[in-house]
Design a binder for this molecule. Structure first.
Ligand SMILES: NC(=O)C1=CN([C@@H]2O[C@H](COP(=O)(O)OP(=O)(O)OC[C@H]3O[C@@H](n4cnc5c(N)ncnc54)[C@H](O)[C@@H]3O)[C@@H](O)[C@H]2O)C=CC1
Ligand SMILES: O=C(O)[C@@H]1CCC=N1
Length: 268
């Protein structure tokens, strides 16, 4: 496989860096292009990959293309890649929020096989959460390749396309919600007298540990919450405040807003 990356920004770099680190692809088999020189430099420094002049060169030289531009740049990038491919078939893995398989296929030649994914930035450290769905003309080998590449950087599932925007709302955008929670949790610690660095480490490790408990015990989060919550103790006092301030409703509304925005980006 020759993997071409069109758009070497935050997510393209995070995914490729994670996949190289995991040994799923070797840097010599990857080339990236980006009109922003600083982005391309950061990408090659992080991944060890080669560069290409533009999407047309990627289309001409790579059988598998990771399409990682912003959604509004996707159609132009695909057209350039198709020009370079000059009739040769290609597998395209898109990570663009909102853009449907139909929209992507409409901007590409018929022999471009499309896989639509929604990864997240923790892929950079091998802790990603990704879902993908595939276009009608993809093969079982294409799906296996996408699964291998994406699962090298974290937990990956295949879903029907109608659920991809829900995945965007939970795990695609989700790391940002959790960073906000970590920052706020640390702020609470600083208010109570902890140094900033200690507070951030304690907050982040608490999120990491709580997530590991959910994944490793398989217990419902409510059961794990009850294990922390002593009758008349500190935790129930804090949880009551969280409920008073609508944290649960705020999280559901946040996911809902992200899903609606992904729908809008896709034109529905
Ligand atoms: N940032 C995130 O956490 C996630 C982002 N995504 C999706 O990933 C995509 C990229 O997002 P980011 O990495 O955050 O954006 P970014 O702005 O960091 O990267 C996009 C890059 O594409 C480049 N680009 C634009 N047109 C190009 C072209 N014709 N050829 C080559 N490169 C071109 C830009 O110069 C830029 O460096 C978006 O579609 C987004 O919806 C998906 C999941 C998570
Ligand atoms: O904010 C965004 O639109 C992208 C998609 C998911 C995460 N970042």
């Amino acid at each position: 496989m020759k993997l071409g990356v069109i758009g070497c920004g935050k997510m393209g770099t995070a995914l490729v860096q994670g996949a190289v680190k995991a040994g799923a692809v070797t840097a010599e088999d990857i080339r990236g292009c980006d009109p922003v020189a600083a982005a391309l430099e950061a990408f090659t420094a992080a991944t060890g990959a080669q560069t290409a002049a533009d999407a047309a060169e990627i289309g001409a030289t790579c059988d598998t293309i990771l399409l990682a531009t912003k959604p509004h740049d996707v159609a132009a990038a695909l057209k350039l890649a198709a020009k370079g491919a000059d009739g040769q078939p290609r597998l395209v893995i898109s990570i663009a929020a909102g853009l449907t398989l139909t929209t992507l296929q409409d901007s590409a030649p018929e022999n471009f096989r499309i896989i639509r994914t929604m990864p997240n930035t923790p892929a950079m450290v091998g802790q990603g959460a990704t879902a993908f769905c595939r276009g009608a003309n993809t093969t079982a080998e294409d799906a296996a390749l996408a699964m291998q590449l994406l699962s090298s950087v974290g937990h990956t599932i295949e879903v029907p396309e109608r659920l991809i925007n829900a995945v965007t709302g939970v795990s695609g955008s989700g790391p940002a919600y959790i960073y906000l929670i970590i920052e706020a949790l640390a702020d609470g610690g600083v208010k109570a007298g902890l140094g900033r660095a200690d507070a951030i480490k304690l907050a982040a490790q608490t999120v990491l540990g709580a997530a590991a408990m959910v994944m490793e015990t398989g217990l419902h989060p409510a059961v794990l919450k009850d294990m922390v919550t002593s009758p008349g103790g500190t935790t129930i006092a804090a949880l009551a405040e969280m409920e008073n301030h609508g944290v649960r409703a705020a999280m559901i509304a946040a996911v809902d807003a992200a899903v609606r925005r992904a729908d809008e980006l896709g034109g529905s």
